[in-house]
Design a protein. Structure first.
Length: 71
């Protein structure tokens, strides 16, 4: 049987987790990706909310751009 045995896989994973270097690298990558996603999402959401807010109160600004105010 060539199947991986669960206790061997768990042992390997626990050895990797015990390794401080791997733990730091994985944590840094995960936190970095999370930060990038959050920043991209929040900046996009903020830009959309800001644009909708300006269009609501200054309706003439929306007519200045050809696509209905997506600037």
């Amino acid at each position: 049987m060539i199947f991986l045995q669960p206790h061997l896989v768990l042992g390997l994973i626990s050895q990797l987790i015990k390794s401080r270097f791997v733990y730091v690298v994985v944590t840094s990558i995960v936190l970095g990706l999370t930060k990038v996603v959050v920043v991209m999402y929040s900046s996009h959401t903020f830009a959309k909310v800001k644009r909708d807010f300006i269009c609501l109160y200054f309706n003439e600004l929306c007519h200045l751009s050809p696509d209905g105010g997506s600037w």
